[in-house]
Ligand binder design. Structure first.
Ligand code: NAP
Length: 311
């Protein structure tokens, strides 16, 4: 770990993996209500917590607030502490000072909490500049309603601007949450991952299973349902070759699944994966990605096998 890691962000650096809660109530991408129930979601949470995965990532926009409500319900009933991360969406009609703070208040209401552990700006969307919302984020930390401040989908330059603004207030930039998985290694190639490490910013890897593709259960003959089939249309053809490398490597670790290998590869890269889980079985499998490590040679083999997707 670099020396620059701030004490208040250590909980993120110490976490091996988190749990993504986008699918909890979302119909657009995940078709909530079809194939998984509220009970399934609750069991996904409980199974994760029992396995030591206690950091949960949500957002005000997930399921139009339903995801935060579910999480709030589960946290209230949980026997052990839960670390909560949520996000502010800078919609183009949100233009006034105070908008971020009001959104945080609404998130806290839905979560039934007095503060969250991490509050993130979901996207660096215009029209307001990065500085405008990060100034607001600093105020959110000062108010005590969030323990730490993070960003999401920020490139290197935007992240540096956020870092600089927060530094004025002596607040560390805790994290940058971006897409990162074996089918998308942009953050390695554009230097964002390295810059995060230099600054002590935790890189949180979203869609770490490439929305389920890296579990190996989808193929050209069995494409994922809904929007995902379109997003990953070109990857499906060559996926079997990569999955067979992942399967072989997993076998050398007592029969780890391709999904577990995909998540462990991210951990080995120094990222914090936050796989989504819709039920107990998925949560349990995903939790099997922690507590062990691929060898550097295996990481290298996976790099090579995934290169064709990432050029
Ligand atoms: N900041 C952002 O802009 C942003 C964007 C995207 C995601 N995120 C965050 O990242 C989290 C994870 O990303 P994601 O949900 O997009 O994708 P993901 O974690 O790569 O994939 C999750 C999906 O894969 C399938 N799955 C998960 N575990 C499985 C297992 N063990 N076996 C078989 N299938 C399994 C499930 O869908 P099926 O069962 O339907 O296949 C599940 O909903 C989100 O929940 C959210 O918190 C953030």
């Amino acid at each position: 770990m670099p020396e620059t890691i701030a004490r208040e962000t250590l909980f993120l650096h110490n976490a091996e993996m988190g749990l993504g809660a986008w699918a909890w109530g979302d119909r657009t991408m995940w078709n909530y209500g079809h194939g998984y129930t509220d009970t399934d979601i609750e069991q996904a949470f409980q199974t994760s917590l029992a396995a030591g995965v206690n950091l949960v990532d949500t957002a005000e926009v997930y399921g139009s607030g339903r995801s935060e409500r579910f999480l709030g319900q589960f946290v209230k009933a949980a026997a052990t502490p839960v670390l909560t991360a949520t996000k502010f969406m800078p919609f183009p009609w949100r233009l006034d000072r105070g908008a971020l703070m009001r959104s945080l208040d609404h998130s806290l209401e839905r979560l039934g909490l007095e503060r969250v552990d991490l509050y993130q700006i979901h996207w660096p969307f215009p029209p307001m500049p990065v500085e405008f919302w990060v100034e607001e984020l600093a105020q959110a930390v000062k108010s005590g309603k969030t323990r730490t401040a993070g960003v999401s989908n920020y490139n290197k330059t935007q992240m540096q601007r956020a870092y600089t603004i927060l530094s004025k207030y002596d607040i560390p930039l805790a994290s940058n949450q971006v897409e990162y998985h074996l089918l998308n290694r942009t953050v390695e190639k554009n230097g964002l991952l390295d810059r995060c490490k230099e600054l002590g910013v935790r890189l949180i890897a979203y869609s770490p299973l490439a929305k389920g593709l890296l579990t190996g259960k989808y193929s050209n003959d069995n494409p994922p349902p809904g929007l995902r089939a379109r997003i990953f249309a070109s990857a499906l053809k060559d996926l079997p070759k990569l999955v067979s490398v992942m399967t072989e490597i997993g076998q050398g670790h007592g029969g780890k699944t391709p999904g577990q290998v995909a998540l462990n590869w991210l951990i080995c890269k120094g990222a914090l994966p936050i796989p989504g889980a819709k039920n107990a079985r998925q949560a349990e499998q995903n939790a099997g990605a922690i507590g062990w490590r691929l060898t550097p040679e295996e990481v290298q083999s996976l790099d090579e096998a995934s290169d064709q997707f990432t050029k």
